[in-house]
Write a protein that binds this ligand. Structure first.
Ligand code: URA
Ligand code: SF4
Length: 243
């Protein structure tokens, strides 16, 4: 990526790039990142502790088509009641990067696609900042139906929906997973540590030990733009992992 293009992507993300004199051109670490305070609250949804064990269901051997139709007709948890439609996931089914968010919001529920609202615009910019178009990655959520009023999905709801997400991961076999926000990270990693801490070390997910990085949710970044610099650092780690 040439420097002007990268700069354009960074400004699309809303990041001002401060380059210390003498710093290597490839080192995009910003001064901002080193001075930003730790966030108090990290997610638009409320903090949650460990999810319950995954629901005991039939072995997940669905093809993409079977899986899509199973999700479309799913009534396995309460969230099916208020949804307009399910939000399965979108992107390249052979993607090297899979992004996992929390749950559909109002706009996603309307359009049937994840991350199409304001947070989605910022997610697109984050991806572009590291040279990835939205179509090149796969984007999904912990739950496929919108929680009423954008509340957090409960442990039970997340557990009921997990088999679908796990089958998506199994079908895609991404090289790296990017978990955005506390609800995503807590459910995937069975942890209740803060995103501020979880983002500091690499993780692995599932039986395939897929490398997983945690970063802030774009909806959180919209409210706390100063944290974008940290996300930029996280995205640099992501690029390194994908190499
Ligand atoms: N936030 C999410 O976590 N997922 C979406 O699809 C939209 C907003
Ligand atoms: Fe089914 Fe998941 Fe929707 Fe619950 S959130 S009804 S488990 S698809």
């Amino acid at each position: 990526m040439d420097d002007r293009y990268r700069q354009a992507c960074l400004s699309a993300m809303g990041i001002v790039r401060y380059v210390r004199r003498g710093r290597l051109p490839g080192d995009m670490t910003t001064e901002l990142a080193e001075t930003s305070p730790e966030p108090v609250q990290e997610s638009p949804r409320q903090h949650e502790s460990k999810p319950a064990a995954a629901a005991n269901v039939e072995p997940a051997v669905d093809s993409w088509q079977q899986l899509k139709s199973r999700v479309k007709n799913c009534t396995a948890c309460e969230l099916h009641v208020a949804r307009t439609q399910t939000v399965f996931g979108v992107g390249d089914e052979h993607a090297e990067l899979m992004v996992i968010g929390e749950a559909p919001g109002a706009e996603e529920d309307r359009q049937g696609e994840p991350f199409v609202g304001a947070a989605g615009q910022l997610l697109n910019a984050m991806l572009l900042a590291v040279g990835l178009r939205r179509e090149q990655v796969y984007i999904a959520n912990i739950v496929k139906c919108r929680p009423p009023g954008n509340r957090n999905p409960s442990k039970t709801e997340a557990a009921a929906c997990r088999r679908y997400l796990d089958r998506q991961i199994e079908l895609i076999q991404p090289r790296v997973i990017l978990s955005v926000g506390a609800v995503s990270a807590h459910n995937l990693l069975l942890s209740d540590e803060s995103v501020g801490r979880l983002r500091l070390r690499p993780h692995q997910y599932g039986k395939y030990n897929i490398p997983l990085l945690v970063t802030y949710h774009p909806a959180y970044l919209l409210r706390s733009p100063a944290e974008k610099a940290k996300v930029w650092q996280d995205l640099q780690k992501l690029v390194q992992l994908m190499r």
